[in-house]
Design a protein around this ligand. Sequence first.
Ligand code: ADP
Ligand code: MG
Length: 303
Amino acid sequence: ATPMALLVGTARGAQLGILIKGPQILESTRRVDTILLDKTGTVTSGRMSLAEVAPAAGESEAEVLRFAGAAESGSEHPIARAIAAAATAAAVVPSESAAQGALPPVESFASTQGLGVQAVVDGRLVLVGRSAWLAEQWAVDLPDVLERRQAELEAAGGTVVAVAWDGVARGILSVNDTVKPNSAAAVAQLKALGLRPMLLTGDNERVARAVAAEVGIDDVRAGVLPAEKAEIVRALQADGRVVAMVGDGVNDAVALATADLGIAMGSGTDVAIEASDLTLVRSDLVAVVDAIRLSRRTLGTIK
Ligand code: ADP
Ligand code: MG
């Protein structure tokens, strides 16, 4: 294609809501044969809502939510937003419990990508994250009854995180997300264009399988850490595949930069957008289909 044709293609992309970082990117878009889709915020809306607080024996639901909400208030993660919003809403409601009120003060905060957060809240070290992270990194185990409840909530499609302070598990929280209305149609069209889709997520296997089934993806990698997302990209490339990765989070940035074509959701974090070659203004996966069709048309591939 001539430089002029590439420029016209890039401008047409912008009209379709696809921001392309440079005209030459249409070439890598055309060659893609494998597409990795992040789950949370990419295939799903990423607007999570709190579904359940299950306190450990002797703990109050309100306390668990308050401390978890305070610890999560420093995180941009969809899980964190859901928990912080629910805790804030609960704190402003005049309550029977004298212990309630505004969220307790947070003195320091740190997050570990794909695992969870830690914060000093009201003088206590609070942890919120994957139960495996609490167990392996902090030697905090869930009591059996909460482990069983976690399995039930996950079987129902929930994303479950554990809450601990002062080295003791205090409860679990389950949040729910919904698949975006266009995700299944987009996956069907990507397959029709000859691409092989795969779902990648740091979330648990049960939720990942449920979302994959809902949108028509068979190939699922669940429980992967951010660095492992990039390793999966490299392994596929080593197999000769030309890989596109679609994501929105800080946890997707390395994989987006590693992929032959990185595609960010417009609603995504700045880090994801900066690491990507294409940005989907409307955060709708159908725009990925448009981008591939556009590249094939612009570069004269018959399909
Ligand atoms: P995804 O790949 O679906 O976008 P992430 O890699 O961001 O998921 O997160 C994977 C898992 O790590 C989550 O399902 C959760 O268990 C845990 N996690 C990550 N960030 C947080 C957080 N801010 N609070 C609690 N748990 C978290
Ligand atoms: Mg995501």
